[in-house]
Design a protein around this ligand. Structure first.
Ligand code: ATP
Ligand code: MG
Length: 156
């Protein structure tokens, strides 16, 4: 849990520097858990793009998301709707012109070369990518907690 607290701090710090922050990693590593903890204590909107209902809300993503400029918008399972990246670019740039420069989007997704390419191309200079992975507790043999320790590291 200590490592998770550190990961949480790293994500929050990144949100203070950059408009968008991505947590990329495999299944069941704790991405959603961390994002919901980040959302606690601040105005946030959580959308799960695996859910048809939440995807429906984004039928006109620009219209919908521009109503949440004052919140942290969490987009979980972004690999389901990768074309959103170019919309985010426009929204981030609009926000910047109004002085809303950091902490706008927290993006969660499964790691893939394609996802990294799409986010890098559309959001260069606007996103900080971080990887998250299972981590063995050091100095101990794997016990029941094995794989439940998180480490988040900045990639670029
Ligand atoms: N730091 C932690 N210590 C112990 N268990 C944790 C920790 N973080 C998350 N978990 C547990 O691990 C499981 C997976 O967490 P979570 O759903 O956040 O992962 P995820 O990366 O979003 O998975 P998916 O890609 O399948 O959506 C959950 O049962 C959660 O309660
Ligand atoms: Mg999840």
């Amino acid at each position: 849990m200590l490592i998770q607290r550190r990961a949480l701090r790293t994500v929050c710090d990144a949100l203070e520097r950059q408009a968008a922050v991505a947590i990329i990693g495999p299944r069941q590593v704790g991405k959603t858990t961390i994002a919901l903890e980040v959302a606690e204590g601040r105005k946030a909107l959580y959308l799960d793009l695996q859910s048809p209902r939440d995807r429906q809300k984004l039928a006109d993503p620009e219209l919908f998301l521009s109503g949440y400029e004052d919140r942290l918008v969490i987009l979980d399972e972004i690999h389901r709707v990768p074309e959103l990246f170019s919309t985010l670019r426009g929204l981030i740039d609009q926000g910047r012109r109004r002085g809303r420069r950091t902490g706008r989007f927290l993006i969660l997704g499964l790691a893939s070369i394609e996802l990294l390419r799409q986010s890098g191309e559309s959001l260069a200079g606007r996103i900080e990518l971080g990887g998250i992975r299972h981590r063995k507790p050091s100095g101990r043999r794997p016990g029941p907690d094995h794989g439940k320790f998180l480490s988040y590291s900045r990639r670029c």
